[in-house]
Design a protein around this ligand. Structure first.
Ligand SMILES: Cc1ncc(COP(=O)(O)O)c(C=O)c1O
Ligand SMILES: N[C@@H](CCCC[NH3+])C(=O)O
Length: 434
């Protein structure tokens, strides 16, 4: 894992001592190095620009959505993928241009579709037959038109955890290509005069390290497009190959450089266009994890330490599955350091536990660390994606604060939740006043 330290052996994040951030904002604390977010965004955007290929790099805001994050995404020229009213609301609040917003979802509600149409977002990625009917009726009612992509499942099993696989036929998402379902949807959309069919979308899964799955998906989608071109004289202007580009959580993960993913998609799509004599469509992608994952670090304070002789030593921190549910949900692995003891040599193996009332609330099962003491500051790397966005209030813990660091400055961008905010929706049953 790449990190900076000062001469005293203290971890620096974007040039700022992690300890200073923890002292000022408290722990647990999510800290983002904004330079890294920008560099990741640019790796994708610049590659398409270098090849002069029309493209949209849509940040999948499910990975981490907040006003500040979306301001940075907008500054970097990204488009945006939202999957709910809440994510769309955040995008609009942040001033994100509506025409660069794409909406996803396998069960979009009438309200979500109405909100998308009312706000004239750029594109809806249509997922099922019911949605085509709903969308058409809403467009009639609002007297508007909408660009759409059809989400298809290309029948690809990417090498990743089962729960984050999405491109296989047995999936709740999208229209199946091989059974002809996608073609049926294509014909339905074409009948709907207010829906403009811009092209196809697929997303084969998440945390993927090879380019072969994306290339195979491009081939499958192109073959369908070529078919529809011959049969119906239809030409797509957009091909969206989704997100899923892998990042490094531990030394075992060896992801490609981000520009290599973009490069392989450009190569595959241009070759396919030449082979089928098909005008090169705009390439759209939807990276989430790859933009923010490695840019985020979570800081925790060490509390109790329990030795189970001959088995393991549990080090409990002041957060856990409420701020990072990924180890419990996907057996995800992380690396950690003691931010205040970066120069000390490793002492023994520890298990890092959260503080929820749940044995599965573990952040890391095995990690070598210097001798751990109460009040040490533990930093867990690569927590920028699906950490804050999947945070929850189990045991009524507060969601942590989020701080952005850039150019030697730090700024609070999401406040720590207060206990008043946790109980804000509760109503008394016994009506104590009466
Ligand atoms: C449709 C779609 N697009 C984009 C993403 C973002 O994926 P990732 O964060 O792995 O890039 C997801 C999540 O897996 C998704 O379901
Ligand atoms: N939330 C998941 C990925 C799912 C992505 C959404 N399709 C993760 O943390 O890895």
């Amino acid at each position: 894992m790449n990190y900076e330290t000062d001469q005293r052996g203290a971890l620096l994040i974007g040039g700022i001592p992690a300890k200073d951030l923890a002292d000022q904002y408290g722990t647990p604390l999510y800290v983002y190095d904004v330079d890294k977010i920008r560099a990741n965004a640019r790796a994708f955007v610049n590659t398409f620009q270098d090849y002069d290929i029309p493209a949209q790099v849509a940040y999948a805001s499910k990975a981490f959505s907040s006003i500040a994050m979306l301001e940075v995404a907008r500054q970097e020229g990204l488009s945006l993928d939202v999957v709910s009213e809440g994510e769309l609301h955040t995008a609009l609040e942040s001033g994100f241009p509506a025409e660069k917003i794409h909406m996803h979802g396998n069960n979009k509600s009438i309200q979500e579709l109405e909100m998308a149409v009312e706000n004239n977002i750029g594109c809806i990625v249509v997922d099922n037959f019911y949605e085509i009917e709903l969308l058409h009726a809403i467009l009639q009612e609002q007297q508007k038109e909408m660009d759409v992509l059809l989400r298809v499942t290309p029948g690809i099993e990417a090498h990743t955890h089962d729960y984050i696989l999405t491109g296989q036929e047995d999936s709740k998402f999208g229209f199946d290509l091989s059974s002809g379902q996608a073609e049926e949807a294509f014909l339905k959309v074409n009948e709907a005069s207010r829906i403009n069919m811009k092209g196809l979308h697929c997303h084969i899964g998440s945390q993927i390290f090879e380019t072969s799955g994306f290339e195979m998906a491009a081939r499958k989608l192109f073959s369908a497009l070529n078919d529809w071109s011959e049969k119906y004289d239809y030409q797509a202007s957009v091909l969206n190959l989704g997100g899923g580009f892998g990042i490094q959580y531990t030394e075992e993960d060896q992801p490609l450089d981000l520009d290599q993913y973009a490069h392989s998609l450009i190569k595959e799509v241009t070759e396919l266009s030449a082979r089928y004599n098909y005008p090169i469509p705009e390439i759209w992608i939807e990276p989430g994890r790859a933009i923010v994952g490695e840019a985020g670090i979570t800081l925790y304070t060490v509390g109790s330490i329990k030795d189970v002789p001959g088995i393991r030593t549990y080090v409990s921190v002041d957060g856990g599955m409420t701020d990072n549910i990924r180890p419990a949900l996907y057996q995800a692995k992380y690396e950690a350091v003691l931010a205040n003891k970066m120069k000390e040599i490793n002492h023994q193996e520890y298990a890092i536990a959260g503080k929820c009332c749940e044995s599965g609330d573990m952040l890391i099962w095995e990690t070598e660390l210097p001798k751990v003491e109460h009040e040490d500051l533990l930093a867990v790397f690569s927590t920028g994606a699906y950490g804050y966005s999947m945070a929850n209030n189990y045991n009524r813990f507060q969601k942590p604060a989020v701080v952005f660091v850039e150019n030697g400055n730090h700024q609070l961008v999401v406040r720590r939740e207060s206990y008043q905010e946790i109980t804000r929706l509760d109503l008394s049953y016994l009506n104590r006043e009466g």
